[in-house]
Design a protein around this ligand. Structure first.
Ligand SMILES: Nc1ncnc2c1ncn2[C@@H]1O[C@H](COP(=O)(O)OP(=O)(O)OP(=O)(O)O)[C@@H](O)[C@H]1O
Length: 666
């Protein structure tokens, strides 16, 4: 690159950033994106556009740590990369697969030009975060979360203006960023248009990889593949639903969500497949099991649109019960890591991380909202680890008085203080020796005890209160917290050195409302709450309400709600009317709602309207309209909600608010 070209680029960047003018030579559509990125690089990341430093390549062991949790995905992505490479290799492209932080976790390129590519940073282990390399394909795609081409002098750093990089994001089925797929050219043509076709091919390959990964993640489920074009369904059906043995949709890829979800259309996730399409579960099973080649026309019930579908059976027999119309309870679960993963991609990632790190002497910090299952996750890690035959000991630092934490944790010698047990006590640390110590709410650990704990961790010995001698301990700690430990460190309430000691890896458990496998978690929680030997099931409408609810108290609140519903339901099936009333109203805050006590009162047999206080005119009108529509549609909730243009769960909420109860349920 000539000196004057480089100099012009640097002054162009600085002028554009300072004057707030869009870069002049770029296409109209990309100019604002490039301009925002340049401003971030200059103002937020303080990157010097003239710096000559080479892109950073991380060490082999750091790379391994980035690759390990995504091993399965890497395996799937490899074949997609290979087939793309065959099409573009002659044009001198290399392919980079980046993780969500911009680390290149896989690479494909011509071995003859490897050295040149490596120098340019187009290589395994290179770090292309925007905050490090400035505007670039990978980094800016991660920021923008959409396909992008960064061509030549659209790069921020002058060092990269010889490159052309086209990049597209890859998403988990729940829409969170999984990584990016990039193709880069070291000596691209001048024209930006030369990259248009490459970007199209790249996006197509990315969708294939995402879909193959979807099939892998949900290999234990029934799959419905559908397309609006009959001729395409077997070849390139892009839309997939994963369906549980009970017939509930537990995941959908982005293309399926685009077809089936909208402002007036509820998400298909959590609904019974027969409430989404005119398709009975028995039919799905029949076609999938007997591998019939028939392409079945199916109608999307919410809009009446016709699609064409093929089906796939689970790869291996799922541990769940055979298909039936309602969810049925199973024996009480044992919370193993695989069980807790369910079929949620983020949980699968968490479990994968935990399995890889559990026997490596690395402290694990679990974070997540209340009731997301941090303690059961910690116990499952222990049970899967080499320490399983030794004790798992838990201490909740928030639930016992500060004055007792010290003796509980470190133990005491007999007669150490007034009121102490006369025989003394081995503290939790010693009790857990060889096994696992789970410290819940670690953020509540008093500051002076943090120092003592740090010493035990460093010296691997403990001195009980009142004792002069020390005892060796084989300590392995898993901590959990709801609080923001980094903030506590900044406020000097938590020791920074202890924070780094305990936080070898952070695992974040997703809240229930964000899990893509809500229907399965609900089903499992029901199994855990149901009386042994009693076949308790959920009616589809009840499951739909449970799946749509916000769950501020997460799985704990869910279990409380199910316990309540089991207690008041009359038969073995829980209906919408059996659910706690709070669930039928939108939750008000992020605070856990305790389940209300079971009501001994049976539901009213008289006209429910008579139980309502006088309604304000607007509400009275709304009630009237709902009642009219419900009656007109013979109390069919799907039809009525369609006519009213609201989701089924909204209609249920409103019915509860106005005490509108179907005649057969009075
Ligand atoms: N996957 C699951 N299926 C069924 N029940 C579960 C599941 N995960 C957790 N639970 C149950 O949910 C409740 C809350 O779990 P747990 O105590 O582990 O959550 P937590 O995140 O540690 O809560 P807190 O932050 O309030 O201490 C427990 O009763 C647990 O048995």
């Amino acid at each position: 690159m000539s000196n004057s070209y480089t100099k012009n680029h640097i002054s162009d960047v600085i002028r554009s950033v300072n004057s707030n003018n869009l870069p002049s030579i770029r296409s109209n559509t990309t100019a604002p994106v490039i301009h925002s990125s340049w401003k971030r690089c200059f103002n937020d990341y303080s990157i010097d556009p003239s710096s000559k430093s080479k892109p950073r390549i991380i060490t082999g062991s750091a790379l391994k740590e980035c690759q390990e949790p995504l091993e399965e995905f890497l395996f799937i992505a490899k074949s997609g990369m290979k087939s793309l490479y065959e099409k573009i290799a002659t044009a001198g492209y290399v392919i980079l697969l980046g993780d969500a932080n911009g680390v290149t976790i896989d690479y494909m390129g011509n071995p003859d030009t490897e050295k040149e590519h490596r120098d340019a940073g187009l290589y395994l282990g290179s770090l292309w975060a925007e905050s490090v390399e400035g505007t670039c394909g990978v980094g800016t795609c991660i920021e923008e979360k959409r396909p992008i081409t960064i061509h030549r002098d659209e790069h921020f750093r002058a060092r990269h203006i010889g490159l052309s990089c086209s990049t597209t994001p890859l998403f988990f089925p729940d829409g969170t960023l999984l990584g990016v797929l990039d193709i880069s050219q070291l000596h691209p043509p001048q024209s930006r248009d030369s990259q248009l076709l490459a970007l199209q091919m790249l996006s197509y390959s990315a969708r294939l990889i995402e879909n193959a990964y979807f099939m892998r993640l949900y290999k234990d489920c029934w799959i419905v593949r559908f397309s609006c074009m009959k001729a395409f369904v077997e070849v390139v059906a892009e839309s997939f639903l994963a369906v549980s043995n009970e017939g509930y949709v537990i995941a959908a890829n982005q293309s399926a969500l685009t077809q089936l979800q909208g402002p007036q259309l509820p998400s298909p996730i959590g609904r019974h497949v027969s409430a989404v399409f005119d398709l009975r579960m028995e039919e799905l099973v029949e076609h999938a099991t007997h591998k019939t080649t028939t392409i079945l026309p199916i109608r999307f019930l919410d809009t009446g649109y016709q699609y064409f579908a093929t089906f796939r059976a689970p790869e291996k027999k799922s541990p769940l019960s055979p298909p039936k119309k309602e969810t049925r309870s199973k024996p009480s679960p044992h919370f193993t890591l695989d069980y807790l993963a369910g079929t949620d991609p983020r949980m699968a990632y968490n479990v994968n991380c935990a399995k890889r790190l559990m026997n490596r002497n690395i402290s694990i910090l679990l974070i997540g909202e209340t009731g997301t299952g941090k303690e059961v996750f910690a116990r499952a890690i222990h049970e899967a680890s080499d320490r399983a035959s030794k004790p798992f000991v838990a201490l909740n630092c928030a639930s016992i008085p500060e004055s007792l934490i010290e003796s509980e944790l470190f133990g005491y010698k007999q007669g150490a203080f007034t009121g102490a047990n006369s025989k003394g006590m081995r503290g939790k640390i010693l009790q857990s020796s060889g096994g696992t110590l789970f410290l819940d709410e670690i953020g509540d650990m008093p500051f002076n005890l943090q120092t003592r704990l740090l010493r035990v961790l460093a010296e691997r010995e403990v001195q009980p209160l009142g004792s002069e001698s020390v005892i060796k301990v084989d300590l392995n700690i898993i901590c959990a917290t709801l609080r923001n430990l980094e903030e506590l460190v900044r406020e000097k309430q938590f020791r920074e050195d202890l924070y780094y000691r305990l936080n070898g890896i952070t695992i974040k458990l997703p809240p229930l409302r964000e899990r893509t496998d809500r229907a399965l978690v609900i089903e499992n929680a029901l199994a855990a709450e149901a009386e042994p030997g009693v076949e308790t099931g959920l009616a589809p409408e009840a499951l739909e309400i449970l799946a749509a609810y916000d769950w501020p108290g997460n799985i704990r609140q869910l279990r409380n709600a199910l316990r309540f519903s089991i207690a008041i339901s009359e038969g073995e099936t829980i209906h919408a009317r059996d659910l706690p009333p709070d669930l039928l109203k939108a939750p008000t805050s992020g605070i856990a709602l305790p389940a209300p006590a079971p009501s001994p009162e049976p539901l009213p047999a008289q006209d429910p309207a008579s139980l309502l206080p006088d309604l304000p005119p607007q509400d009275a009108q709304e009630r009237e309209k709902l009642l009219r529509t419900l009656k007109k549609n013979k109390w069919n909730i799907t039809d009525a909600s369609r006519e009213l243009c609201v989701s089924r769960s909204t209609l249920y909420r409103k019915m509860s608010k106005y005490h509108l109860i179907p005649p057969n349920e009075l």
